[in-house]
Write a new protein. Structure first.
Lengths: 273, 463
C-alpha cells in the first residue's frame, strides 16, 4: 500500500498527489511513469511521473478525472492509501545540454512537463516553454513552469488566457532556432507540434500514453507504429521521435475502449450519487 | 485383473454448459474415484513413472497412500518434492512425463497420476493443511525475481532449507503465468493463491509491484546483502506476425487477451473495471496451449464462432492433446494448413476480415516438424471481428538490459549451466521460461529445483 502524503486540487478536475514510495522516488526520472490500481477489482492505469523527491521518499502524480479509475483515485484523501503503485516504468527522456530547447505541454500533462523542464534546464539548456489548456481555468503549473524556464508562453484553446490555440508557435519556430523540442500532453497536441517542427527538421521528442495493461512489455496493447515498425510504448518508449509516429493509428487505437469506459464511469457515478 | 481396467474417468462440465461459464471444466476425482484409480497401480519394483517427473515426486509412494486412503500422508509425500501440487495436478502434461513411462500404458491406459495428485492436493485444501515446521536458519539470504512457477519453487525449496527468501514480483499479485496466462476454467486462481500461500508459510517474504531492473537492479540486491539471486522472470513478451493490419482495433496478442481475462477478470466487467471486447467471430492464430486457452476464453466471453488458424496440420499442433480435444468438444473450428497473410479493417480502423493462404507440408525443418509451404493463388478471406495472435512469447528483456555481465542468447534468453541454473555472474541463477523460452509450468519448476539445490550449496560453501 502506498500512502498519499499530500493532496492538492489544482483545478476542479485535476488533482496532485505526493505518494509515499521511497524506492520509486530514488529511481524515477523525467519521462517515466507508474502503473496504479485503486481497489481489488480495479484496472491498471498508467500515470506519468510529475516529480520525485528522493529525500522525502515521495513521487508526485498529477491526474485528471477521465474515467472510473481516475475518479476513484481523486476521491482518495490525504493519509489514505493507493493499493498498487508500480514504477518507475518506461525509459526516461535523454537529459543533456542541447542548447536552446522548446517545451510544449498541454492539459494535465503540464505537471510532467515541469519535471522534464527542471531537469533539462539544470543540464544547461535555455528553456522556452509553452503551457496550454482548454481555457484559463484549466491551466495548471504556470508559476512552477516560470521558475524552470527562461521564457514562458501560455496558450488556451478558447483564448481566455494567453494565445488562442497553438498557431503562434509557427511564428516562434520560423523566427527562432531551436535545437530540440519536447512535447507532452493530449495526443492531438503532440501530433500538431510534431507537424509544425517537421519542416524545420528539429528533433522532436513526444511522450505517448496509449492504452496499457501491465506496462512492462507483456500485453502489447500499447503498440505504436514508429518509422514503420511496431513499438511498445511501455518498454520501447514512452518517448519517441515525433516525426516518425503514426499518430492517426495511435489516436484510433486509444479510442477502442471508449464505450466500455463510459459504461464503467456512468455506473460508478451512479453508485456515488 | 485390476490392471486391465481403463482409467477412472474424471467428471467434466458438459461442453454445452461450460462454454457459458468460467468455472473449472475438469471437476476432479471423488475419494472413491481416486482410490479406484490408485488401485490400478501395479506398484512396480522398478517404477518408471518417477523417471518422468521433473521434480522427482515419489509417485508410487503417494499412489499407495491414496490406495490406503491415507490422504494426508499422501499429500505430505507429494509436498516433500513439490510445493505446488494442486497446480501441477491440473496443468502438467503428464501424458508426456510420468504417465508416458507407466508400464500399464504399454498395453492399456497408464495410471492417471495427475488426477490422483490433484485429488490429494484438493483434499488437503478442503481438510486443512498441516503447517510446516520452521526450519533452522542458515543465515543465507536469497532474492527471487519473479513469483511464477520457477520462482515459487526456488523460494519454497530454499526456505525449507532455512534460508531467508524474499520474492520480487512485478505484477500486483504472485503466480506469474498461473495468474495471468492460464484461464480460470483450467486453473482456478483461488487454487493458485492457496499454493502461493503455502510457499509463503515457510516464511518467504513477497514484495509485489517490485520490478527488478527498474526498482532495484540485480547488483543493488547484492549490495543490499543478498547472497544469491534467482531470476525467474518468465517469457512475457508477446510475438507478433508483423503482417499488415496487425494494429487494427480488435487485434490482440494472446498475452493481452489472457491478461485482461484472467489477471484482471475482464469476463466479469463491469463488476471488475478492466474491459475486453470480443466480437461474434474470433480467429485465434496458432495452435499451442495458449491458443487453445484464448479460443476457449473467447467462447466464454460470448463469441458465437471461434476459429483456430494454424499453418501446419493436426499432427504438428504444439497444444496438449487433451486441450485440443476440449477445444474441439466446445465447438472451436480448426482451420489447419492455413496461414494469415494480412488483416483487413473498415474505414474506422476496426478488424473485419483476415486474408489467409492455404499451406502444404514439405520436408521437416530445424524443429523436426514438416515445413509449411504456401500454395500459390489459394488466398481466401474469413469475416472476423476479433483476432488473437498466439504464436509464442519471448523473455522480458528488462533484467538482461540492466544487469551487466549477464550472458544472453540472441533470443534474449539467459545462458545457464543446465544442471545448476548458474549464470555468467557469480551468485546469480536463472530458470524457467527466461532460460528455455516458452515451455511448461513443470519444466520451470524442475529448473527451479535444480537451481535451489545449487544455490543452497553455493551459500553453504560461501559460509
Amino acid at each position: 500500500m502506498y500512502r498519499i502524503k499530500t493532496k492538492r486540487t489544482l483545478t476542479p478536475n485535476v488533482k496532485l498527489f505526493e505518494v509515499e514510495a521511497p524506492d520509486i522516488a530514488r529511481k524515477a526520472k523525467p519521462g517515466q511513469f507508474v502503473i496504479l490500481r485503486v481497489h481489488e477489482k480495479g484496472e491498471r492505469i498508467p500515470i506519468t511521473i510529475a516529480d520525485a523527491d528522493a529525500d522525502g521518499g515521495a513521487v508526485t502524480i498529477v491526474f485528471a478525472k477521465v474515467g472510473k479509475t481516475s475518479l476513484l483515485l481523486g476521491e482518495l484523501e490525504e493519509g489514505e492509501e493507493i493499493l498498487d503503485f508500480l514504477g518507475p516504468l518506461g525509459n526516461p527522456i535523454d537529459v543533456e545540454d542541447y542548447g536552446t530547447i522548446l517545451l510544449v505541454g498541454g492539459g494535465v500533462m503540464v505537471g510532467a512537463l515541469y519535471y522534464q523542464a527542471r531537469a533539462l534546464r539544470e543540464a544547461g539548456n535555455e528553456v522556452v516553454a509553452v503551457v496550454g489548456a482548454r481555457s484559463s481555468d484549466h491551466l495548471i503549473y504556470v508559476d512552477e513552469m516560470k521558475d524552470v524556464s527562461d521564457e514562458l508562453h501560455v496558450a488556451t484553446d478558447d483564448g481566455s488566457e494567453g494565445y488562442e490555440g497553438l498557431d503562434f508557435l509557427r511564428d516562434l519556430l520560423s523566427e527562432r532556432k531551436f535545437d530540440r523540442v519536447f512535447t507532452i500532453g493530449p495526443t492531438s497536441l503532440q501530433k500538431e507540434v510534431s507537424e509544425m517542427t517537421r519542416p524545420y527538421g528539429i528533433p522532436t521528442t513526444v511522450n505517448l500514453f496509449p492504452v496499457m495493461v501491465d506496462g512492462m512489455g507483456m500485453c502489447g496493447a500499447c503498440r505504436v507504429t514508429v518509422g514503420g515498425e511496431t513499438k511498445f510504448a511501455c518498454v520501447d518508449g514512452p518517448d519517441f521521435d515525433g516525426h516518425k509516429v503514426d499518430f492517426d493509428e495511435l489516436i484510433s487505437r486509444m479510442r477502442y475502449y471508449n464505450p466500455q469506459e463510459k459504461i464503467a464511469m456512468v455506473l460508478c457515478e451512479g453508485e456515488g450519487s | 485383473m485390476a490392471a486391465g481396467k481403463p482409467q477412472v474417468e474424471m467428471p467434466k462440465q458438459p461442453p454445452e454448459e461450460r462454454i457459458h461459464n468460467f468455472d473449472e471444466v475438469a471437476q476432479g476425482y471423488t475419494e472413491d474415484m481416486a482410490v479406484g484409480e490408485a488401485l490400478r497401480c501395479l506398484a512396480c519394483p522398478n517404477p518408471q513413472c518417477v523417471k518422468g517427473c521433473p521434480v522427482d515426486i515419489d509417485i508410487p509412494a503417494f499412489v499407495k497412500l491414496v490406495k490406503e486412503k491415507k490422504f494426508n500422508e499422501a499429500i505430505r509425500k507429494i509436498k516433500e518434492k513439490n510445493a505446488l501440487p494442486a497446480i501441477c495436478g491440473r496443468v502438467c502434461p503428464q501424458e508426456n512425463q510420468c504417465q508416458k513411462l507407466c508400464v500399464l500404458g504399454i498395453r492399456g491406459e497408464p495410471i492417471a497420476i495427475g488426477r490422483i495428485e490433484r485429488f490429494a492436493a484438493d483434499w488437503e485444501m478442503e481438510h486443512g493443511a498441516d503447517n510446516p515446521n520452521p526450519p533452522e536458519k542458515t543465515g543465507g539470504r536469497v532474492a527471487v525475481v519473479g513469483a511464477g512457477p520457477a520462482g515459487l519453487t526456488v523460494a519454497a525449496e530454499l526456505a525449507k532449507l532455512g534460508h531467508e527468501v524474499e520474492m520480487f514480483e512485478a505484477l500486483h499479485t504472485a503466480g506469474g503465468v498461473l495468474m495471468y496466462g492460464i484461464p480460470q476454467f483450467r486453473l482456478p486462481k483461488e487454487i493458485v493463491q492457496a499454493e502461493v500461500g503455502y510457499v509463503k508459510s515457510f516464511g518467504v517474504e513477497l514484495h509485489l509491484n517490485a520490478m527488478i531492473g527498474k526498482l532495484h537492479t540485480v547488483s543493488e540486491l547484492f549490495a543490499d546483502g543478498f547472497d544469491a539471486v534467482f531470476i525467474g522472470s518468465g517469457a512475457g513478451l508477446p510475438r507478433f506476425l508483423h503482417l499488415p493490419g496487425e494494429n487494427l482495433k480488435g487485434v490482440y496478442s494472446a498475452n493481452e487477451f489472457l491478461i485482461r481475462t484472467n489477471l484482471m477478470k475482464a469476463y466479469r466487467f463491469p463488476e471488475y473495471d478492466t474491459p475486453i471486447t470480443v466480437g461474434d467471430v474470433v480467429a485465434v492464430i496458432g495452435a499451442g496451449n495458449v491458443a487453445m486457452d484464448s479460443a476457449r476464453s473467447a467462447l466464454r466471453l460470448g463469441a458465437k464462432k471461434v476459429y483456430i488458424i494454424y499453418r501446419r496440420s493436426r499432427e504438428e499442433m504444439p497444444a496438449r492433446h487433451e486441450e485440443a480435444e476440449n477445444a474441439e468438444e466446445e465447438g472451436i473450428d480448426f482451420r489447419l494448413l492455413t496461414n494469415p497473410v494480412r488483416f483487413i479493417g473498415d474505414d474506422r480502423g476496426y478488424m473485419r476480415q483476415v486474408e489467409c493462404i492455404r499451406m502444404s507440408l514439405g520436408e521437416p525443418d530445424d524443429s523436426g516438424r514438416r515445413r509449411p509451404i504456401p500454395i500459390e493463388d489459394s488466398e481466401f478471406r474469413i469475416d472476423v471481428d476479433t483476432v488473437v495472435i498466439a504464436i509464442g512469447q519471448t523473455p522480458n528483456p528488462i533484467i538482461q538490459q540492466t544487469t551487466e555481465g549477464l550472458d544472453t542468447t540472441r533470443w534474449n534468453t539467459i545462458v545457464v549451466d543446465e544442471e545448476t541454473g548458474r549464470t555468467s555472474i557469480e551468485g546469480v541463477y536463472a530458470g524457467g521460461d527466461v532460460v528455455s523460452g516458452t515451455a511448461t509450468v513443470i519444466s520451470a519448476m524442475g529448473a527451479g529445483k535444480k537451481a535451489a539445490k545449487a544455490i543452497h550449496e553455493y551459500i553453504m560453501k560461501k559460509g
